[in-house]
Design a protein around this ligand. Structure first.
Ligand code: AMP
Ligand code: MG
Length: 337
């Protein structure tokens, strides 16, 4: 398949023409990758069964793993859910456009393929001028998972999307680095107690304050999994963000972690391994969020065989969210030191 590439950095007249062309592709049932503030998305008309099926095909994504529907205007929510209420409106006013996805009961306009057969739908308004302009011009809600091949680290730079998706989809809009670098916080509003199913840079405290009620974190998040694990969010059960290299996370006192990583590195290098190290400063977890996926992809490019990573402090909400991705990347291999 021929893939058009549109590079769009600012919304000048030339670039708006490019966005218009991409919007027409979406409207006609095609697949277009686009930037958001979290990671790049792989978009198609969320209400068009055939268009959405192309997303699953391009990513190699299991069909029971639902997609997030991206909107540019709160009014689009009315047709996606039968359960629109004050809480949604409050959250939207505070956090949209932004890295918050809400799960609400779906309306019958939303095809089953978009929600992986669930009776709820995930909705978000991304905080990126290109994404908002594209959705607005397409005139339809846009279903978009991360624009990577299923199982690989999410794309946070235009070149990541080109690596994974060139030749597989109709068009890619590149627009530099994604500001946040990890995916949105997913908040399930479909049950009595609002529950975070995927941590992100928006914290439970911030959400709770706006909603005026308690928000809990799904206890399954960041737990080491066994074979009986039953996830609330289908995405929780699949391999995610896996680099080609084997990855081990070391957890414990900082000094000890560093000493152990150096010891293992030396030993493995003697055995002929190419070793990559991942250590983030406790004071800069936002930076860790921004860097993580790009760093994992960089290790792949350098043919690293083994990644040795220091655990982040999970008492910090952003540390917890980044650790969530690191644990998945490492297949939950954690060594306590
Ligand atoms: P991605 O688009 O790659 O960021 O993945 C979207 C995530 O949202 C996946 O982990 C999905 O399982 C989750 N998700 C989407 N829709 C729903 C839903 N209706 N209920 C629970 N989780 C959902
Ligand atoms: Mg993804």
């Amino acid at each position: 398949m021929k893939t058009l590439i549109y590079d769009v950095r600012e919304l000048n007249d030339d670039n708006l023409k490019k966005i218009d062309e991409a919007a027409i592709i979406l409207r006609n049932g095609g697949v277009v990758a686009f930037p958001t503030e979290t990671v790049y998305g792989l978009g198609a008309d969320a209400l068009n069964h055939k268009a959405v099926s192309k997303i699953y095909e391009a990513k190699g994504r299991p069909s029971d793993n639902p997609l997030i529907v991206h909107i540019s205007d709160l009014e689009q929510c009315y047709s996606l859910t039968d359960g629109f209420n004050e809480t949604i409106e409050k959250l939207a006013q505070h956090f949209w456009p932004g890295p918050l996805t809400i799960i609400v009961p779906k309306s019958n306009k939303v095809p089953d393929i978009t929600t992986g057969g669930l009776d709820t739908v995930a909705i978000r308004m991304p905080d990126h001028p290109v994404a908002l302009e594209l959705i607005r011009r397409a005139g339809c809600p846009v279903a978009a998972p991360s624009a990577n091949i299923s199982g690989k680290p999410s794309p946070t730079k235009g070149e990541h999307v080109v690596e994974d998706m060139f030749g597989r989809i109709d068009a890619i809009i590149t627009s530099g680095d994604c500001k946040v670098g990890i995916e949105s916080t997913i908040l399930d509003l479909s049950e009595d107690v609002p529950t975070i199913l995927r941590p992100g840079i928006l914290t439970p405290e911030e959400l709770s304050k706006v909603m005026g009620k308690e928000v809990i974190i799904d206890p399954a998040i960041n737990k080491i999994r066994d074979k009986d694990f039953v996830p609330k969010s289908p995405g929780m059960k699949y391999t995610h963000y896996a680099p080609n290299a084997e990855m081990i996370i070391f957890q414990g006192e900082k000094e000890k972690v560093i000493t152990e990583i150096e010891r293992v590195k030396e030993q493995k290098e003697k055995e002929g391994y190419k070793v990559g190290i991942m250590l983030y400063d406790d004071q800069s977890y936002l930076e860790a969020a921004h860097e993580l996926f790009a760093q994992l992809r960089e290790f792949d490019k350098q043919n690293v065989d083994l990644i040795l990573a220091g655990a982040l402090n999970s008492d910090d909400s952003i540390g917890f969210a980044v650790m969530n991705r690191m644990l998945k990347s490492a297949g939950y291999i954690v060594v306590k030191v």
